[in-house]
Ligand binder design. Structure first.
Ligand SMILES: [Zn+2]
Length: 313
């Protein structure tokens, strides 16, 4: 059985509604896999609406992103040096380092093994075996997906929007090729993204998904919740579940159901009890801006979240 969690519930349970980010464990055989003194494991996480935009472009600076992610990374305990860091041996002052990538809605996955080697890289997925590196992508409605090979201690973070759906399979394949990972040792987590509650598509896209990623990811849209939604359904009569599409891909790649975790939150509509939204969302914040708004302004209107995977060192 697939493991499901709710980021909103986790935050509310711990009274962390004002938190800037959350980190969560992977699940193995239906149970959370937590680090022990003798064995460390990976965590996946993402920033939240309250953290502000984590927008990332190689040719831009984003002070909010720099400061926020630096703080998140500094909270990770100092690891034992793996010998992979860039410091000279013996003078090591190891700390986890961010490995970012500029997204292009592709299915391209790259390997990163030392700090800085993703510089100017464009693609949508990163894998590493260096426990000090923190592969990071950004999302705002697109699906963040994380992999952890618990035997090889390899991690990966992927950005899977509708165009990039399939990158999860490429990620598993790349881990097999590069690190000799076995699908039965790989744990997967699907982070918060736009749910089928809020994601309407036309017939062409619905057909593309059922043909490639199984029938379960498309549902006929019925019972609109509002007049606005009724209008939308006239043009986009199907609901798309990126969760189901990615579960199809992960299972096809040989990942065991009981090793998969799905966050059931919808980035578009999930709210705390007081009504404030939990996540940034393209659809909620930018999709319905007037048509004269240019693409760049539109993309700056949404709160992009950083999604990352790191060894709990
Ligand atoms: Zn929703």
């Amino acid at each position: 059985m697939i493991n499901t969690i709710s980021v909103r519930e986790e935050l509310e349970k711990s009274g962390s509604q004002k938190a800037l980010h959350i980190t969560l464990p992977f699940y193995e055989n239906g149970r959370p896999l937590c680090s022990t003194e003798s064995e460390k494991h990976a965590l996946w996480g993402m920033t939240l609406l309250k953290a502000g935009s984590m927008r990332f472009r190689w040719n831009e600076s984003n002070e909010n992103r720099r400061a926020t992610l630096k703080k998140i990374l500094s909270e990770i305990k100092k690891p034992v040096c793996s010998g992979n860091c860039s410091s000279a041996e013996g003078s090591c002052d190891c700390k986890s380092r961010l490995a970012p990538i500029e997204l292009i809605h592709s299915k391209d996955v790259f390997v990163t093994q030392k700090e800085g080697d993703t510089k100017n890289l464009k693609g949508d997925g990163l894998i590493t075996k260096n426990p000090l590196l923190v592969p990071a992508v950004t999302v705002a409605d697109c699906l963040p997906l994380f992999l952890y090979d618990r035997k090889n201690k390899a991690t990966g973070a992927f950005h899977s929007g509708w165009k990039g759906t399939g990158i999860a399979g490429n990620g598993v394949k790349k881990m097999q090729e590069e690190f000799g990972s076995k699908p039965e040792d790989i744990l997967a987590a699907i982070g918060p993204h736009i749910g089928s509650c809020c994601y309407f598509v036309d017939k062409e896209r619905a057909d593309y998904f059922t043909q490639n990623f199984g029938k379960k990811c498309i549902e006929k849209a019925e019972n609109p919740a509002s007049e606005e939604e009724a209008d939308l359904i006239k043009r986009f009569p199907y609901r798309l579940s990126l969760t189901e599409a990615n579960l199809f891909i992960l299972k096809q790649a040989g990942i065991k159901e009981e090793n998969i975790t799905v966050a059931e939150d919808c980035t578009c509509c999930t709210s705390f009890a007081d009504g404030t939204k939990v996540f940034g969302s393209f659809r909620r914040q930018a999709a319905f801006l007037p048509p004269q708004i240019d693409a760049d302004t539109r993309s700056r209107s949404m709160t992009v979240q950083a999604a990352f995977v790191m060894m709990n060192v």
